[in-house]
Design a protein around this ligand. Structure first.
Ligand SMILES: Cc1cc2nc3c(=O)[nH]c(=O)nc-3n(C[C@H](O)[C@H](O)[C@H](O)COP(=O)(O)OP(=O)(O)OC[C@H]3O[C@@H](n4cnc5c(N)ncnc54)[C@H](O)[C@@H]3O)c2cc1C
Length: 525
């Protein structure tokens, strides 16, 4: 089913009564919308910016069992995260593939290589032996196989596996939004939830269309607060008190030219003994991250962060990266759940990353605190259970509300694509679009000229831009360049602002209002 336009969806929001209103279109809101709509419930989701515009596009793009939590002996958390990882790897063979991690260990690492090796075996067993076995790399093997490593202090390396999101975190989140649309859910970006009241058991929540400033109210039987780091603020505005609350840790990543062409994640212990990653993002490398306590969700990258990340990289690798090499930056806060104000001497990095659902069943109001991309399926399932406990149960009990289409569909897509043209990267198109890849195919069959690349070397085709304009609720140029694709991450804003291809993308996306959209993009900080 093709999604309704944004305008049509807003109209439905105005006039319907929904089983649940989800506030927030990050990973937690998106999975909730997909899970509830798959059960046949009437669902609305509103997001004040773009889908995945905040924390869910600032992550390390890893789907992982949290090996680092073995250090804090959180075996239960590691087991649960590994299970969630395995579920996603099984359901998304192309979008969440296994990737090898190489932990390079020098003399300053807090643990010896053999201890880490033993740790990775434990991790592998806890993870139900789902991935390739860990391996030990001697100093010589390290030097031969990963020449970018600065070897002078290296003692050895350990290879183990987890999974990652090759198309990025925002793409993964958008997949759940599409899924929810496909089940009839309304999900609208640039729509902010304002004040709320309850009359006769029905929530009336004020909404503001951020593109026009118009306000109106939506009616729902339940409200789900999936505002991520803003959950406490949202609750406070509604005078909802909860047992849990959030504290924040800023994490940043820098995107730099490709550091290693081996398809693996390099990992080290940073100067503060936290694991530090170099992972592939498109044809670039993404490096980070940091863990800095901050008082509020609104935050930005500081020079101190930049230097911390660059210094760590230059310490372990034969690189000499400076701020001038940075193509793009990513910054967000981890929403960490606590019961009461932690004392100032709380070991900051040891606060748990678990999610917690807290609900007021009588009022039919639910808050999702914390969470990880990795654990998203559990969040979706748990919200469905909680709504059932509130008396809101859908007519269906679908088990498979997530995942890629079957291998047979993929084969059919690749065969049909090969009949039209042999020059395109079919597997990547499939990974990006899943079932929607057939819509692209139809476009290409009707307009073979739309197979042209609009920005040379990026693999982004004209048919993809036209598809996005028609079906992906692109409201600003940044939505497309930063979240529907990785263009801004891998090419950088400065490059895009000078490129004819980006201008053409803007024209295709916005037609008569393209100049205004271009100016808006130019004016962005
Ligand atoms: C640096 C870093 C690295 C990470 N790495 C990983 C990783 O590798 N793997 C992993 O699994 N997890 C990782 N995480 C954790 C994960 O990214 C987050 O926990 C997750 O994205 C949080 O999703 P969310 O939906 O709760 O919040 P968000 O993505 O922030 O979504 C909440 C949304 O609510 C919207 N909103 C707020 N108020 C309103 C309102 N009034 N009306 C409408 N909308 C509103 C916001 O605009 C926002 O988009 C990382 C996090 C960080 C910060």
């Amino acid at each position: 089913m093709l999604p309704l336009t944004r305008y049509e969806q807003l109209e439905r929001l105005r006039h319907g009564v929904f089983d649940a209103l989800i506030v927030g279109g990050g990973i937690n809101g998106a999975v909730t919308a997909a899970a509830l709509s798959a059960r046949g419930l009437k669902v609305a989701l509103v997001e004040s910016g773009d889908f995945a515009g905040e924390t869910s596009s600032s992550s390390s793009c890893l789907v992982w069992g949290g090996i680092k939590y073995l250090q804090t002996l959180e075996f239960g958390l590691v087991r649960d995260l590994c299970r969630s990882r395995n579920t996603l790897m099984q359901a998304y063979p192309t979008q969440v593939p296994e990737i090898r991690f190489l932990a390079a260990l020098d003399r300053d690492a807090p643990h010896r290589p053999l201890s880490i090796f033993a740790g990775t075996w434990l991790y592998w067993v806890i993870g139900e032996s789902f991935t390739r076995k860990p391996g030990y790399w001697s100093r010589r093997v390290l030097r031969d196989r990963e020449p970018v490593l600065a070897m002078h202090k290296m003692r050895g390396g350990v290879a183990y596996s987890d999974a990652y999101l090759p198309e990025g975190d925002a793409h993964f989140v958008f997949g759940f939004i599409k899924r929810a649309w496909g089940r009839g859910a309304i999900a609208v970006n640039y729509t902010r939830a304002l004040e709320g009241r309850v009359f006769d058991g029905i929530h009336h929540t004020g909404l503001r269309d951020q593109t026009t400033g118009h306000t109106f109210a939506v009616k729902s039987r339940a409200v789900i607060n999936a505002t991520g780091p803003w959950a406490d603020l949202f609750n406070a505005d509604r005078r909802i008190s909860t047992r849990h609350r959030l504290v924040f840790s800023r994490g940043i990543h820098l995107v730099v030219p490709q550091i290693t062409d081996a398809d693996r994640v390099l990992t080290f212990f940073a100067a503060d003994d936290r694991p530090f990653f170099v992972f592939p993002l498109g044809d670039r490398s993404c490096i980070g991250t940091t863990d800095t306590r901050v008082p509020a969700p609104e935050t930005e990258v500081t020079d101190l962060d930049r230097d911390f990340v660059l210094n760590n990289i230059n310490r372990y690798l034969k690189t000499n990266l400076t701020r001038r090499d940075v193509i793009a930056e990513r910054c967000g806060v981890r929403p960490l759940v606590v019961e009461s104000t932690p004392a100032d001497d709380t070991e900051w990095t040891q606060l748990s990353r678990k999610h917690i659902l807290e609900s007021d069943r009588e009022r039919r109001y639910l808050t999702i605190f914390g969470g990880k991309l990795t654990d998203c399926v559990n969040v979706g399932e748990e919200v469905c259970e909680e709504l059932e406990a509130m008396g809101i149960k859908g007519p269906r009990s679908l088990k498979r509300w997530f995942g890629e289409p079957s291998r047979i569909s993929r084969r059919r897509f690749l065969d049909r694509l090969n009949k039209i043209t042999t020059g395109l990267d079919g597997p990547t198109l499939w990974r990006r679009y899943g079932r929607d890849a057939f819509l692209l195919l139809k476009r290409l069959e009707d307009h073979p000229d739309q197979a042209r690349e609009l920005l040379p070397g990026t693999g982004v085709l004209e048919c993809e831009v036209r598809h996005a304009a028609a079906h992906q609720m692109v409201v600003t140029l940044e939505d497309f360049l930063r979240r529907r694709t990785l263009l801004e991450m891998t090419r950088g804003r400065d490059f895009l602002l000078k490129s004819k291809g980006a201008r053409e993308i803007c024209r295709i996306l916005f037609g008569p209002t393209a100049d205004q959209h271009w100016e808006d993009y130019l004016a962005m900080p």
